[in-house]
Ligand binder design. Structure first.
Ligand code: 5GP
Ligand code: ZN
Length: 218
């Protein structure tokens, strides 16, 4: 089953090159997403065999487990933030970026309806610029996509918003499907693009340039 594609990283992390498996901790495996949907895109795979086949909303009902994953996610977020800084500012002492809160440019969360079976947390730079973004669900799934009628619902659910409340509409499949079909809005300026994938993709490319410029000037 192609949906089991994350299993080998959990079963034998050391069988993969360090360019893919970034780090193992006793509780998690950190990997690079093979189809990055932003400049830097990593996944945290919890190793707990009791949790790995659960939907994230079910798995993170367990507050002790959630706390432990949050701690690991903080560590991975640090790695991702460092790589982001390097990618934007370059290496070396004069490279800059010292005035930027790089962690604030990185989002940590799960998809309300994951496509891969094994429990994973996305740790991804927030600009969403990548040539791997090819289908409309890629933007719908990864960009913050707030429902204007309900400020708290989006397909990407930050780890900070878990455990999900029992009455949250995202427990329902039809609500997840609805979120994936909503109009596009820009993560940075809020401009709307109706359902034009070409429109949002072009705009995200323009915002990428502006975002980088602002980070370099900060
Ligand atoms: P989901 O939509 O299930 O939350 O996200 C699954 C993620 O896993 C996607 O971002 C996808 O690009 C990534 N992915 C799918 N297959 C593989 C794989 O074999 N290796 C790695 N490293 N990432 C994968
Ligand atoms: Zn914009």
């Amino acid at each position: 089953d192609p949906r089991d594609g994350l299993a080998p990283y959990i079963i034998s992390p050391s069988a993969h090159p360090p360019s893919i498996v970034l780090k193992e901790t006793p509780t998690s495996v950190f990997i690079r997403d093979a189809f990055p949907k932003a400049l830097v895109h990593a996944l945290l795979l919890p190793r707990d065999p009791e949790k790995t086949m659960l939907h994230p909303f079910e798995a993170f009902k367990d507050e002790g487990f959630l706390a432990q994953v949050r701690a690991d996610a903080e560590e991975l977020k640090g790695l991702v933030a460092r790589e982001l800084r390097r990618k934007i500012c370059g290496r070396g002492t004069v490279a800059g970026g010292g005035g930027v809160n790089w962690g604030a440019e990185v989002r940590v969360g799960v998809h309300a309806g994951p496509s891969m079976n094994h429990l994973h947390v996305h740790v991804i730079s927030r600009e969403g610029f990548s040539d791997r973004v090819k289908k409309r669900v890629h933007y719908s799934a990864l960009l913050p996509h707030p429902d204007p009628n309900s400020f708290n619902t989006a397909f990407f659910v930050p780890l900070d918003e878990l455990p999900l409340r029992g009455d949250d509409p995202r427990w329902e499949h039809h609500e997840r499907a609805r979120l994936l079909k909503m109009d596009y809005t820009c993560w940075r300026c809020g401009r709307g693009f109706k359902n034009s994938f070409v429109g949002i993709k072009q705009h995200i490319a323009e915002e990428f340039v502006e975002w980088k410029k602002a980070l370099l000037e900060a």
